[in-house]
Design a protein around this ligand. Sequence first.
Ligand SMILES: [Zn+2]
Length: 271
Amino acid sequence: MPELPELTVLSQQMNQELIGHKVKGTEIFQPKNFNITIEEFMEKIMNRRILSVKERGKWLFLELDGAQFLLIHLGMGGDLLHFSPGDTLPEKYKFKLHFMNGSGFTINFWWFGYIHLIDKKQLNTHKLTYALGLSPLDEAFTLEYFKQILNGRKSRVKSFLLNQKRVAGIGNVYVQDILFRAQLHPNRKMNTLTVQEVESLYFSMKKTLLKSIEKGGLIDERDFYGNKGRFSEEDFLVAYKTGKHCPLCATPIEKIKTGNTSSYICPACQK
Ligand SMILES: [Zn+2]
C-alpha cells in the first residue's frame, strides 16, 4: 500500500506534468469509485484546469479552477500513470482523464480506490478526508505541534502513528523503521514517553520517510511514469527482516503481533 513517500513522489511528478492543463474528457469503468454519478462527474470536470497537486496522508488533492477539488486514494495500491500524446495506454485501467493537448493520466486500482470530485466548500465536511492530520513532512508539523497532538494520549505509539487523524501518511511499512530508529517498542504508551523519546520519534519519522523519497519510494510501487521506486529490502533497518541481525546490536530481529498488525523489532533495542 502506498504511503507518504510514494504519494509525495507522485504529487511532485504530477505537479510537473499537469499544472495548467484543461480537462477535455474522461473514461470511467467503475462507478463505485466515485462520490457522484458518472454523468455529474463528467459534466463538472469538463474544461476544468489543474491548479496544483498536493499529497495529504494517503490522498492526492488536485485543486481545479472553478473552486473544485479532485481527491484520489489508491487504496491498497494502484497504477496512476501519465501519458503523453501518442503514447500507448496501459492494457487495463479503471479511469482515464485527458487534456486538450492529448496528454493525461490513467488509474488502475489493484483492489479498490476513490476518485471524489467535491466543491472547495465541501473540504471541511468530506467524510473520508476532513479529519486527516498533518503529514510529518508538512511545514506546519513542527516539534511543538507534535508535542501538542500527543499530549495526554494513552494510546500505544504504533497505533498513534498509524491513526491518520493524528499523523497522516504512515502505514505498516514505514512505521517499523520509524519505531526502530526511535528505539521504541510498538506497544509503548504515548504518555510514558520521555521528552527525549518524543524528540527522537519526531526526527525518526522525518528521516525514515525522506530516505525513501530520495530513492523514489518503494521498489514494489510505481511512480507517475511507471518507474519502480528504488527503496528496496536492503534499505530497511528492521522491517521484513525476521531473523536477520539488528544493524545496531546484532540481536536477531523478531516479528511480533501487535493488535491486528505485525511488527518487526529488535528485542534488545526496542524494549
Ligand atoms: Zn538492536
